[in-house]
Design a protein around this ligand. Structure first.
Ligand code: DX5
Ligand code: ZN
Length: 218
C-alpha cells in the first residue's frame, strides 16, 4: 500500500491549521513536516511549537523530518509535540544507532534519511533497527526542486537489503515527487511518497493526491 505524505513546506505557513485539515480531508495518509536549522541545510523553517500547533488540526500521523545538526537534542521535544514518526539524517548523527533507539524508546516510529550524495551503505547497519529509510531525491533545503533519477538505484538497493533483514521497512522518498516520478519510485520499492509542490502548489489538493496515488499504484 502506498502512503502519500504532503509536505507543509509548500503550504501557506500563515494558515497551517487549515492547510493540514484540508490535506487530511483530501486523502493524505501522513503530514510531512520539514524541520530545518540553517546549519544542516541552508534554510530555516519551524520547531516543536509549530508541530504542537499543527497536531491540534489533524488526526493523521505527523511525519517529522529533522534536517538539523545533532538531532538528539530535540527528539524528546518533537515527540512531546505530537510527532508520530521522527526521521534523522545519517549525516547529522555521530551515533546513529543510539539516536534511532532514542526515538524508538519514545514509542514512535524511527526513520533515517540520506542525502543524494550519501551511499545506501551509510544506513546498512541500522536497517534492522529502523521503521523507515528516507531516500532524499533532491538536495534538502527547499521545495520545488527537480527529482534526481539516479536515486532510483539507491531505493532498489535498500529494498533488496530490507527484503532480507526487515521486510516491513517503509522506504520514503522526498523531493520532486509528481505524477510523473511517482510510478518510478514505487516500482523501485518506495511506499511512502512525500509531495510538497505537487500537492500544496495545486488548488485542488484532493485531485493532486489521488493523481499521485493512482500513478504510483496503477
Ligand atoms: C526538501 C524537503 C521536502 C520538500 C519536498 O528539503 O525535505 O520535504 O518539501 O518538496 P517538493 O515535493 O516540492 O520537491
Ligand atoms: Zn522532507
Amino acid at each position: 500500500m502506498i502512503l502519500i505524505a504532503p509536505s507543509i513546506l509548500s503550504a501557506d505557513f500563515a494558515a497551517l491549521g487549515a492547510e493540514v485539515a484540508e490535506a487530511e480531508s483530501s486523502g493524505a495518509d501522513w503530514i510531512h513536516v520539514d524541520v530545518m536549522d540553517g546549519q544542516f541545510v541552508p534554510n530555516i523553517t519551524l520547531g516543536p511549537v509549530i508541530v504542537k500547533a499543527v497536531s491540534a488540526h489533524t488526526s493523521l500521523p505527523l511525519d517529522v523530518h529533522l534536517m538539523i545538526e545533532a538531532p538528539e537534542r530535540y527528539i524528546a521535544d518533537f515527540a512531546a509535540a505530537g510527532a508520530g514518526v521522527i526521521t534523522v539524517h545519517a549525516e547529522a548523527c555521530v551515533h546513529l544507532h543510539r539516536v534511532v533507539h532514542q526515538i524508538k524508546e519514545l514509542g514512535i516510529l524511527a526513520g533515517v534519511a540520506i542525502n543524494p550524495g550519501t551511499p545506501a551503505s551509510a544506513i546498512r547497519e541500522v536497517l534492522e533497527d529502523v521503521d523507515m529509510v528516507l531516500v532524499m531525491t533532491v538536495n534538502p533545503g527547499f521545495g520545488g526542486q527537480a527529482f534526481i533519477p539516479s536515486m532510483l538505484r539507491k531505493i532498489r538497493q535498500i529494498r533488496q537489503w530490507a527484503n532480507e533483514v526487515n521486510p516491513g521497512l517503509h522506504i520514503e522518498v522526498d523531493g520532486g515527487v509528481t505524477e510523473a516520478t511517482a510510478p518510478l519510485v514505487a516500482e523501485a520499492g518506495a511506499d511512502v511518497l512525500v509531495a510538497g509542490n505537487a500537492v500544496f502548489g495545486r488548488s485542488d489538493r484532493a485531485a493532486a493526491i489521488s493523481a499521485i496515488r493512482a500513478a504510483a499504484a496503477p
